[in-house]
Design a protein around this ligand. Structure first.
Ligand code: 13P
Length: 253
């Protein structure tokens, strides 16, 4: 477990203003568990409202455009997100890579735009079931990451990597502890190669894919797991903070 585990909720395309009470409840609970860093990425439409409502938790976005401004109908730039109160942006989620045809090069440009706007990056990676069944998961993920990550100074502070096997997202199937440990070791090796022993060694690597309060302890006990990127179970304060509490318990034991 990382020195300060990072538990991030990705609300995806969920949430109207009625969900602000849930964000407040998450914030209140997070204030009682400061050893765990808690954050949520609501949809664009709620970023500013959540930012205004909370004191402790981080607020971020789920994507951004790589450019700074201009004629790009329907897009949102990194600096606009920072202006709305975002402190980080998730980039390269498989639902963007697959559903919107995002290439590694585009994901890298988005990550660079996030850093240029003074925010932190959560870089997602992960293989599909076919790639894992073919025994190519590790080489796929390391290549994907290598091609998606920009050069970063102070990577330990500014970058988080989230390993989210596509077949585990929203399916109820989590990767085994052994598969997670093996993949996180590979990712750590690459981060040290790219950013050096100290910075690359300090980047937190999150696991994502059907994490819930029941399976969180086993996942957090796994080597090189620095927290979780949570989808469905982040939509209520009870289940999301159940996961954060599990991370806090690991620190105490
Ligand atoms: P679930 O936790 O719903 O499987 O989603 C994981 C995810 O994609 C988080 O980014």
């Amino acid at each position: 477990m990382a020195e300060r585990p990072y538990i991030v909720g990705n609300w995806k395309m969920n949430g109207t203003r009625a969900m602000l009470s849930e964000a407040r409840a998450i914030d209140r609970a997070a204030q009682r568990h400061m050893k765990v860093e808690v954050a949520i990425a609501p949809p664009y439409t709620l970023i500013h409202a959540v930012h205004r409502e909370v004191e402790q938790i981080g607020v971020g976005a789920q994507d951004c455009h790589p450019g700074t401004d201009g004629a790009s109908t329907g897009d949102i730039s990194a600096s606009m997100l920072a202006d709305a109160g975002a402190k980080f942006v998730i980039v390269g989620h498989s639902e963007r890579r697959q559903g919107h045809g995002e290439s590694n090069a585009l994901v890298r440009d988005k990550a660079q735009a996030v850093l240029d706007a003074g925010m932190r990056v959560i870089m997602c990676c992960g293989e599909d079931a076919k790639t894992r069944d073919a025994g190519k998961a590790a080489s796929f993920v390391t290549h994907q990451l290598k091609d998606s990550l920009p050069g970063i100074e102070n990577a330990a502070d500014r970058l988080t990597v989230a390993y989210e096997p596509i077949w585990a997202i929203g399916t109820g199937n989590t990767a085994s502890s052994q598969d997670i440990a093996e993949m996180h070791r590979e990712i750590r090796k690459l981060l040290i190669e790219l950013y050096g022993e100290e910075q690359g060694g300090g980047v937190r690597i999150l696991y994502g894919g059907s994490v819930n309060p029941e399976n969180a302890r086993e996942i957090f006990a796994t080597e090189e797991v620095g927290g979780a990127l949570v989808g469905g179970a982040s939509l209520t304060a009870d289940s999301f903070m159940g996961i954060a509490l599990a991370a806090g318990d690991m620190l105490d034991n």
